[in-house]
Design a protein around this ligand. Structure first.
Ligand code: 3UK
Length: 514
């Protein structure tokens, strides 16, 4: 980061000199159309005018609730150009969480996919006064703003590397989403550190990520890295099923693929069941979001002939800061520190040790949590970000993920807070007590499993009913895959549920049932 000089993400990706170089190259493959960098610039200019017409100004938050699409990226860069703060929202979230993010961020504008509108209780009611909503028709998108002249009078912002650029919401230990603030300079930092030195992406690459743009991982994969390299992004707004990904591989011939472990597993299963999987165009496979089980690494290596480069990233650090490298990938390890970052494994007193808490520092680290100075102070101390992960560091500098120091875990790369799922279970009249832990299924991946103490005699089908009950209240991936009924909850003297006992029990007894 060069401090104090003027810098804007719009110019970084689409400025005049950049466009002179790559304007005619293909930026996106989207719904059978090829969209050049020059087209993307036109679309972004169009959205800059629309945002201006909605009175969006420097520092205002612009919520983006869109499927992966050229418009998503155009809106993101238009907000950056105006010095506004883009707030991408997870399209899988239940309406309650979306409403929370809209009001917590104080969005002045919501850009929403028509299919994602909240029918019963429109989101407009959750926006601050004087806010606006723009709807994009999911099916009949009129791509590109050419000809759609908006009002002029755009006031370009004078931004720097240190100016706020976007806010990514992530649910942490408490279950309530928290906004992680990033600056204009954070994206170029991840491009230099991870994309250039670890991946070596170039303008010859064709990139596909099954993780979406609203997720920090997907934002790097489908926006920052390919656009900075002048590469082509294969964008898809459909659900990333193994069939759909296999079809994209065959038709679009990506050279670089980014997924989470569960997606690699689903592709291996698809192939094992006799499904087509043409991976011949791939040169690079990346996994992040949760630890990649060694079994998946080995099966993919054998079947596809490529290592999967597992790396750990976080919303707070924006992208991957510890990663495996081509030719040196080790199954079961997150790899070694990425250039530009420093990482330590420390005990509870902050002294370096072999197995302990993972701390990381680097210039792409968040500027802090939105409206949460307390949490910011707790998480970042002397520039070190406390990840909440427990890691082992070997003598060769390879890091091994051991678990989370709190009790949260991930299913399909997405956060599950036990507290939130327990609260949903407790809302059912039959449930007296509930504890949710992660259990490792036969495939080596985490699922949620619940232990429940019930109030009266057990009824037939109660487990299924409770699973359905949770599903009706929370995102589907948070629902337990299995419910066990127990007589008494194991607790500590201070009354805390002893989750480690339940975790141990589920990993001993669960395998054949999962
Ligand atoms: C866990 C991993 C073991 C770990 C992310 C790549 O996942 C991302 O960000 P989130 O904020 O979650 C961060 C937490 O996820 N984790 C991520 N990757 C790994 N654990 N091995 C891994 N390879 O607990 C971490 O603290 O959702 C991933 C790029 C950008 C990201 N934001």
């Amino acid at each position: 980061m060069i401090p104090d000089s003027s810098f804007n993400l719009f110019d970084y990706f689409l400025g005049d000199d950049k466009l002179a170089e790559i304007g005619s190259r293909t930026a996106f493959e989207f719904r059978g159309r090829r969209i050049s960098y020059r087209d993307l610039r036109g679309e972004t200019d169009h959205w800059t005018r629309r945002l201006t017409a909605c009175a969006v100004a420097e520092g205002d938050r612009v919520a983006i609730l869109l499927f992966d699409s050229p418009e998503f990226i155009a809106c993101f860069l238009a907000a950056a150009k105006l010095g506004a703060i883009a707030v991408p929202i997870n399209t899988f979230l239940p309406a309650e969480d979306v409403a929370f993010i809209l009001s917590d961020s104080g969005a002045r504008l919501l850009i929403i996919e028509s299919e994602l509108q909240n029918k019963g209780d429109p989101y407009d009611s959750r926006l601050p006064a004087n806010s606006a909503t723009l709807v994009i028709e999911t099916e009949s998108r009129s791509l590109l703003g050419e000809g759609l002249e908006g009002p002029s009078g755009i006031v370009e912002a004078s931004t720097k590397s240190e100016t706020s650029a976007f806010l990514l919401y992530t649910s942490g230990s408490t279950g309530a989403p928290k906004g992680v603030l990033h600056l204009h300079g954070s994206i170029p930092d991840t491009v230099e550190s991870y994309s250039k030195s670890v991946l070596g992406l170039t303008n010859k690459d064709r990139v596909y990520s099954s993780s979406r743009l609203f997720f920090a991982y997907g934002l790097g994969n489908s926006l920052s890295f390919p656009l900075a390299a002048g590469a082509t992004v294969i964008l898809d707004s459909g659900r990333a099923t193994p069939e759909r990904i296999a079809a994209l591989f065959a038709e679009q011939k990506p050279t670089a693929f980014f997924g989470v472990p569960a997606v690699y597993l689903s592709l291996l299963e698809h192939r094992a069941k006799g499904g087509e999987l043409d991976t011949s165009s791939l040169r690079l496979c990346v996994s992040a979001g949760e630890a990649l089980p060694p079994r998946i690494f080995e099966d993919w290596n054998r079947e596809v002939g490529l290592p999967i480069l597992d790396g750990i990233g976080s919303t707070e650090m924006l992208h991957i800061f510890i990663s495996n490298r081509e030719g040196e990938a080790r199954a079961g390890s997150s790899g070694t520190v990425v250039p530009g970052y420093a990482a330590r494994v420390v005990d509870d007193q902050g002294s370096d040790c072999e197995l302990g808490n993972l701390w990381v520092r680097g210039s792409s680290a968040t500027a802090g949590y939105w409206n949460r100075p307390d949490l910011t102070r707790e998480t970042i101390q002397d520039g070190w970000v406390r990840t909440g992960d427990v890691y082992r560091l070997d003598t060769e500098g390879f890091f091994y993920h051991v678990g989370r120091s709190d009790d949260c875990f991930k299913v399909r790369g997405l956060w599950v807070s036990p507290i939130e799922v327990e609260a949903a279970l407790l809302a059912h009249e039959a449930v007296a007590e509930a504890a949710v832990v992660s259990a490792i299924g036969q495939d080596g991946l985490a699922t949620a499993r619940a232990y429940v103490v019930i109030r009266a005699e057990k009824q037939e089908g109660l487990a299924d009913e409770l699973i359905g009950f949770v599903r009706s209240r929370l995102a589907a991936y948070k629902a337990p895959s299995r419910i066990d009924f127990i007589d008494e909850m194991p607790r500590t003297a201070t009354g805390k549920i002893q989750r480690f006992r339940l975790r141990a029990a589920s990993n001993l007894s669960g395998v054949q049932n999962d």
